[in-house]
Design a protein around this ligand. Structure first.
Ligand code: G6P
Ligand code: MN
Length: 439
């Protein structure tokens, strides 16, 4: 089976390739890399060759139609506007006094306004050239982009993120239970979800025990990041930190020597240069370790959460989720995974077509959401507000309306003001050629 990776010159592609090589069953027999940047494609090809020595054939192209033809799976992990765009997303927001995170708040909206049009173009080509392929979407903002693509591809597009899987993995490890022994309530939107139930075979909820055990909570990242988990009755996704402490996180980002995007842009330039100049695998691996170690470092230093946990032996990571999805779909090996799919009645506060992030049963027929308990009361308004923002972003893309984009900004809880919203949209439009369509 052919896997086509869009954004094939991307930095995380070697992780996916490594996971495919480790798959005994060889679910995927050929990898096609597509990217707009031939130089990055070539660099990543060299890393893959060093990883696999040709054990799993790789083809690379800058022609989208050629890449999609013959695909059984399409993995989309593109970054429209590259890290240049991410830096602008951050800088413009910070200048207006609001958060400019990659996927959260003003930065996430600007990114969505770039990602969605391109993802729709891709979905259109997939529908024409590989109508039976499964599209696994990691392109951020992943929930929004998956919802946009689902209008053209229906349930053949499935969104993924490594964050909820990592959270659940840490919690189950702390509770000393394995995933096959429990049923979990995790729900929300991408980068806006909560774990609020871990039920054992006897129907007992194990989560309150963990939430009441402060020393045990301190052993997991989320326990150190958030202070009030017992009160909340849930373990929030790490991205909720921006909503629960907007002033503190904004301050931490502002006082950091560099934004995340600026740091990554420099690091990536160095890394891609070194891949070409010296041993490719080592250059990539060093940069990867550094990137992992510094992930969300402002949030962790703000709360004294300490070093990021590194457990390379556990199958977390987005490549693990991607491979698990592909295996379940291709081999009809049922799996339960937290994914971004259409709601279909799972969360009563949202309509059926809203893409939500919930546990799903995946098999050859696709990913179907499993029932979960209703969202905790404190989550409801937040989920509604962010979904309303997403819908305004989709409207802005569909109509090219600057006003809709301004309303999206104003609707988001971390902006919440039409005047700031208007200033943001105009500043983004002035700096990002990809947003020229907003008039
Ligand atoms: C996690 C999130 C992704 C996000 C990434 C950012 O993996 O799930 O959605 O893009 O972190 O990491 P970075 O190293 O780019 O800051
Ligand atoms: Mn994610």
């Amino acid at each position: 089976m052919q896997l086509t990776i869009l954004g094939g010159g991307g930095f995380r592609v070697p992780l996916v390739y490594r996971a495919l090589l480790a798959d005994q069953e060889r679910t995927i027999s050929e990898v096609v890399l597509y990217d707009v940047d031939a130089g990055r494609l070539d660099a990543i090809r060299r890393v893959l060759a060093a990883l696999g020595g040709g054990a799993l054939p790789v083809r690379a192209t800058t022609d989208l139609d050629e890449a999609l033809t013959g695909a059984a799976f399409v993995f989309s992990a593109i970054r429209v506007g590259g890290l240049r765009g991410r830096v602008v997303d951050e800088r413009v927001a910070l200048a207006a006094g609001v958060l400019g995170q990659e996927t959260v708040g003003a930065g996430g909206i600007a990114y969505g306004l770039r990602s969605v049009p391109e993802s729709l173009r891709i979905a259109d080509r997939v529908a024409a050239l590989a109508p039976d392929a499964w599209l696994i979407n990691f392109t951020n903002p992943a929930g929004l982009v998956t919802e946009a693509m689902s209008g053209l591809l229906g349930d053949r597009v499935i969104g993924i993120c490594d964050s909820p899987t990592g959270l659940v993995d840490r919690v189950l490890k702390a509770l000393r239970v394995t995933p096959d022994r429990v049923r979990i309530d995790y729900a929300g939107l991408n980068h806006l979800g909560w774990l609020y139930g871990v039920h054992d075979a006897a129907g007992r909820d194990l989560l309150p025990g963990l939430l009441a055990d402060e020393p045990l909570l301190q052993t997991i990242e989320e326990g150190r990041l958030f202070g009030n988990l017992r009160e909340l009755g849930a373990v929030p996704n790490e991205y909720l930190h921006y909503y629960y402490d907007p002033a503190g996180t904004l301050d931490a980002v502002r006082s950091a020597p560099q934004t995340r995007g600026a740091f990554l842009r420099e690091q990536q330039e160095r890394c891609y240069h070194e891949i070409a100049a010296r041993e490719p695998l080592e250059a990539w691996r060093d940069a990867w370790r550094e990137r992992e170690a510094t992930y969300m470092s402002e949030n962790r230093s703000l709360t004294g959460a300490g070093e990021r946990e590194q457990d390379e032996s556990r199958p977390a990571g987005y490549e693990g989720v991607a491979l698990a999805v592909m295996r379940a779909l291709a081999r009809d090996e049922p799996a339960t995974l937290i994914l971004d799919v259409r709601n279909r009645g799972t969360l009563s506060i949202l309509d059926d077509d809203a893409v939500v992030e919930v546990p799903c049963r995946v098999d050859a027929r696709g990913a179907a959401p499993l029932p979960v308990a209703p969202l905790p009361g404190h989550a409801v308004d937040l989920v509604r507000a962010v979904k309303a923002t997403d819908r305004l972003i989709l409207a802005a893309v569909a109509t090219g309306s600057r006003d809709a984009a301004v309303r999206a900004m104003a609707t988001h809880p971390l902006v919440g003001d039409p005047e700031i919203g208007a200033r943001l949209v105009d500043a983004y439009r002035a700096e990002l050629p990809e947003l020229a369509y907003l008039t």
